[in-house]
Ligand binder design. Structure first.
Ligand SMILES: NC(=O)c1ccc[n+]([C@@H]2O[C@H](COP(=O)([O-])OP(=O)(O)OC[C@H]3O[C@@H](n4cnc5c(N)ncnc54)[C@H](O)[C@@H]3O)[C@@H](O)[C@H]2O)c1
Ligand SMILES: O=P(O)(O)OC[C@@H](O)[C@@H](O)[C@H](O)[C@H](O)CO
Length: 462
């Protein structure tokens, strides 16, 4: 049967809205989340997104062939719903640097959103841009030479775009991060400011006056699209879509910060503006993302491959509940609210139709664990408690670094794999030290993590 074309001209979606939001990190999450909120805002016709990938050319090319349209598959445990999203007006590969500079320099652009992964901020362990990294130095040198040089790192791309805006006198905008980091908007602005110091310290004042940091807690479980999803979409909708996205029904966006040039009415689509984002980000990062990381390492060693499979394992479920008890003790929301969140979260993690691989989640543990686990671990140790579930997660991570349960894919892989070799007590001490020297010096913690790591080493894959 001939299927219908997935283009606006062929009547698949609405007319492309004018670009006023520019995004860095075009992937699945931007399309299941921020584009979805814009699609459902009452002023959707006034707000289009232009999104740029990291380096990937394939996804922007597929989306361009579909005039930005794609199907969002909302995958509940009971079944799928299909929706064509029209808010993505333009898709570009990261190499389209001229377009990037043009769009950031346009007064029409009011918002820049980013989903560049935790590792994309290129921070030092203590915070701030890691100025010693070769890519950072290379980009800084290139921008000193020529402000329109085609730079590669996210901080340099953002700085180059904002400098173009300054030259064009295009006015202030909001820089909104949707990555899984606490204080993500402030961190985004901080690494751009640090990059500016290396390139042109004279920009500091303009950045201060014209770039508003917006920190957000952005939540919607969005796994990688599987080849079978293309077939599911074609059969259900009668359209050939080369770039569908699958996501869970749950969707949340809490935003804290000013939008000096306006924004879509996301709150009318269910987003929550907040003056204090800390309680929301802690709840999400510790309970959801912390559980994800625990399942990713411990579940993989037990031979599970997806979140739902791991969460259905009695041992893993018990470990997650124990982690939630440890983390919940440090959340500031009322107990009933936290318990209701946990109950809903358990249903989300159990959704057997979401194929979220543990391998995807296990990447870049060195960047994720400091955000998801260490704040609770430190608070527990300060209170002289030994958080067993946190120690278990770290023990499973050390085993992961020693080759148990899957491939190590981490920006610090070379260093961490070396540190994790040798006798376990020594390996644990060195890995903890690499995360935070105070943790490495904590004898009781090192003993607890070693004991958990020994247990996982003995389990191997069931
Ligand atoms: N997928 C989710 O469930 C989810 C939910 C909440 C938050 N997030 C956040 O969004 C991020 C991206 O998730 P995704 O599912 O869209 O991943 P994805 O792999 O589908 O897309 C990531 C995109 O970011 C780009 N990218 C990666 N590193 C970059 C860098 N250094 N500079 C510029 N671009 C870079 C990639 O090229 C790609 O275009 C996550 O790392 C997380 O911080 C994801
Ligand atoms: O996006 P990743 O793969 O780096 O991390 C995996 C997940 O923990 C995370 O993306 C969650 O799915 C997300 O935070 C849910 O809102």
């Amino acid at each position: 049967m001939k299927r219908r074309e997935m283009t606006r001209s062929a009547g698949a979606g609405r007319a492309a809205p004018p670009v006023r939001v520019v995004h860095l990190g075009l992937g699945n999450f931007h399309r299941s989340h921020q584009c979805w909120y814009t699609e459902h805002a009452p002023d959707a016709e006034e707000w289009g997104h232009a999104a740029f990938s990291g380096r990937d050319r394939a996804l922007p090319a597929r989306l361009t062939a579909q005039e930005g349209l794609y199907t969002l598959v909302t995958r509940a445990a009971e079944g799928d719903r299909f929706e064509v999203i029209g808010s993505l007006a333009q898709a570009y590969p990261g190499t389209a640097h001229e377009e990037w500079l043009r769009l950031l320099g346009s007064p029409q652009t009011a918002v820049v959103t980013v989903t560049i992964t935790e590792a994309g901020y290129l921070r030092r362990p203590g915070g701030g841009l890691d100025r010693d990294r070769p890519q950072v130095r290379a980009d800084a040198a290139a921008l000193r030479e020529r402000p329109d040089a085609p730079v590669r790192t996210a901080p340099a791309r953002l700085l180059a775009g904002l400098a173009a805006r300054c030259r064009a006198d295009a006015g202030p905008l909001a820089l909104v991060s949707c990555d899984d980091l606490a204080r993500n908007g402030e961190i985004a602005v901080e690494v751009v400011r640090d990059m500016a110091e290396l390139v042109d310290p004279g920009l500091a004042g303009w950045l201060e006056d014209n770039v508003s940091a917006v920190t957000t807690a952005a939540d919607r479980i969005t796994p990688r699209t599987a080849p079978s999803d293309l077939l599911t979409v074609a059969e259900a909708t009668g359209r050939d879509d080369e770039a569908p996205v699958v996501a869970e029904p749950f969707c949340e966006w809490v935003l804290c910060g000013d939008f000096p040039a306006g924004r879509p009415r996301w709150e009318d689509a269910g987003a929550t503006p907040a003056d204090d984002i800390t309680p929301f980000e802690q709840r999400k990062l510790w309970l959801l993302n912390g559980a994800h990381s625990l399942l990713a390492y411990a579940g993989a060693i037990l031979g599970r491959t997806t979140v739902a499979e791991a969460f259905a394992d009695d041992d893993c479920r018990e470990w997650v509940e124990q982690w939630w008890d440890e983390a919940s003790a440090h959340l500031t929301q009322p107990v009933e609210e936290v318990m209701a969140y946990r109950k809903a979260l358990a249903e989300r993690l159990a959704n057997p139709r979401i194929h979220h691989t543990l391998a995807q989640i296990s990447t870049d543990g060195s960047q994720k664990l400091p955000v998801r686990i260490l704040p609770v671990l430190r608070a527990e140790r300060s209170a002289k408690n030994m958080p067993e579930a946190a120690a278990r997660l770290l023990g499973a991570w050390v085993c992961h670094l020693r080759g148990c349960g899957g491939q190590v894919d981490d920006v610090r892989a070379d260093e961490l794999i070396m540190l994790a070799t040798g006798p376990l007590p020594v390996a644990v001490r060195r890995v903890l030290d690499a995360l935070d020297p105070r943790l490495g010096a904590d004898d009781d913690l090192a003993a607890a993590v070693t004991s958990e790591a020994e247990r996982f080493s003995n389990i191997g894959v069931r």
